[in-house]
Design a protein around this ligand. Structure first.
Ligand SMILES: [Cu+2]
Length: 493
């Protein structure tokens, strides 16, 4: 970048600062953009498909054939959604939260090309529902007239008979049911297939999400074990953090795919995972070309071992990093949506607390196991600036996609130096993390709840359609793939 271009960016930045109080979103966009062009290089398109899986496997297909011949594992649930308890609950005087979903089959990208995805509302995972304990949830599921199959929705936050409420909704129709969210915690919801038949295909192709039920009296403050030196003696020095926290959501699942990108039931039966996905994407929270540029001035010089989603051309599917300040209470809502255990661990950190159903399950643990359809709320404080990887500590899962990178604090000296040189570092310093200039991926951030600390900015990242990405932009998330080339062009013009 020439000094003239740097000067232009300085002028741009000053303008941004002047208007900061008037328009925070624009300010953030410009600050983000200024940071992102510091390396002065153009972005290369470098989608690279790592080899994943591919090993031959042999199983006895006879049971599968029998299941298929039966038409699936169909329970006797002939009704579609009957008239449920909605009328009474909607007029009960409790707060009512509407949750409207559509069942839509779409093509979405994976590491091995595109695949036949099934979604709730064109995004994987489906939208997160967040309510307070005691609220009435009014769920509707609409199947558009041009959809290829029926769908259902089983919400684990409810306590009601699967028959008749969770049966299949016909194409072109809308089903509904209502329930009181009585138990706080994180709860899976998932397509129940066509009255259970093909439920595995629908869920493992993307039809899942979570409900967060906040405890009626809010979350608990966090205690973290520390020690201190007092008069030459090591003594306990417990640290306490307010219940308010910076929040993330991570959902784990597998893809079982044929070479043609369709669901492979025989691979599922053999537990032969094609890709391990976190929020619908394998390696979706790792560095991309922007971060390469910021670190080394070269978009194509990868700074992480696996960066399959580097290019700006990938838009909302470009991978993004998760940024957090050190010394802050971080709350993560984690669900195992899949078919394999999740041994949840953060490389370089200790899990300060595990909560399920608003009851503490563990404190000071290195790893916590989630079986299929199991959840937890993790409370952590990242002590030291640095780069941390949240993994499923099953090596097959790590190597097939379950590595999620958090950057705590402002630990990357090359980035800090260029930021300082351009005078745009303040956004990051104010936020205590690079989220102050690049934002956090919006699909990793749940809706705000009772004890939520807001993120300084969000960027657009999701395993979703362009329509969903555009809606996120409308809501203020930053389309980095548009912002950065635009300011690059401006700086060079
Ligand atoms: Cu479905």
């Amino acid at each position: 970048m020439s000094s003239r271009e740097v000067k232009k960016l300085e002028v741009l930045y000053n303008l941004v600062q002047a208007s900061k109080n008037m328009n925070r979103r624009i300010s953030t966009i410009m600050t983000v953009a200024a940071i992102a062009v510091m390396g002065g290089a153009l972005f290369g398109s470098s989608f690279t498909a790592p080899t994943v899986g591919g090993s031959a496997f042999e199983i006895n297909a006879d049971p599968i054939k029998k299941v298929a011949a039966m038409g699936g594992l169909e329970l006797v649930m002939p009704e579609a959604y009957a008239a449920g308890p909605c009328a009474d609950l909607l007029n009960s005087g409790r707060p009512v939260v509407n949750f409207d979903l559509t069942g839509v089959s779409v093509e979405l990208p994976s590491l091995s090309g595109t695949y036949s995805a099934m979604t709730f509302s064109e995004t994987i995972p489906g939208p997160t529902l967040r309510v307070t304990q005691g609220d009435v949830v009014h769920m509707t599921l609409t199947i558009p007239g041009d959809e290829v199959t029926q769908h259902g929705n089983d919400m684990h936050a409810s306590q009601m008979s699967s028959k008749p409420y969770m049966g299949a909704v016909n194409i072109g129709e809308t089903g509904e049911y209502c329930f009181i969210a009585e138990v706080p915690g994180v709860f899976k919801y998932h397509c129940s297939g066509v009255n259970i038949a093909a439920m595995d295909q629908h869920v493992l192709s993307g039809m899942y999400g979570i409900t967060i039920v906040d405890p009626l009296d809010g979350y608990k403050r966090l205690m973290v074990e520390k020690t201190a030196l007092e008069g030459g003696e090591v003594v306990k020095d417990k640290q306490f953090y307010d219940a308010d926290a910076l929040e993330f959501q991570l959902q784990y699942n597998q893809l079982y795919l044929t070479d043609a990108g369709t669901y492979d039931m025989s691979k599922m039966m053999a537990h032969s995972t094609s890709q391990t996905v976190v929020n619908g994407q394998a390696f979706g929270y790792v560095p991309n070309g922007i971060h390469n540029l910021l670190m080394f001035g070269d978009a194509n010089k990868n700074i992480f071992v696996a960066q399959p989603w580097n290019s700006m051309d990938l838009k909302q599917h470009q991978s993004q990093l998760l940024f957090i300040p050190t010394g802050e209470h971080v709350r993560m809502f984690i669900e195992n949506q899949g078919n394999e255990p999740v041994y949840w661990h953060v490389v370089g950190e200790i899990i300060d607390r595990v909560v399920q159903g608003n009851r503490v399950q563990a404190q000071g643990t290195e790893t916590w196991l989630l079986g299929g359809s199991q959840n937890m709320i993790v409370d952590m404080v990242f002590d030291e600036p640095g780069v941390y990887a949240a993994v499923n500590h099953d090596y097959a899962a790590i190597y097939s996609g379950a590595a999620t990178i958090f950057v705590a604090g402002l630990p990357l000296d090359p980035v800090n130096e260029t930021a300082t040189a351009l005078g745009v570092v303040q956004g990051a310093v104010d936020a205590g993390s690079y989220a102050g200039v690049l934002g956090n991926p919006h699909d990793a951030v749940p809706p705000a709840g009772l004890n939520t600390i807001s993120h300084p900015a969000l960027n657009v990242h999701c395993m979703c359609t362009d329509d969903v990405a555009n809606a996120a932009i409308e809501n203020g998330a930053l389309p980095l793939w548009e912002v950065i080339p635009a300011v690059l062009a401006s700086a060079q013009g």
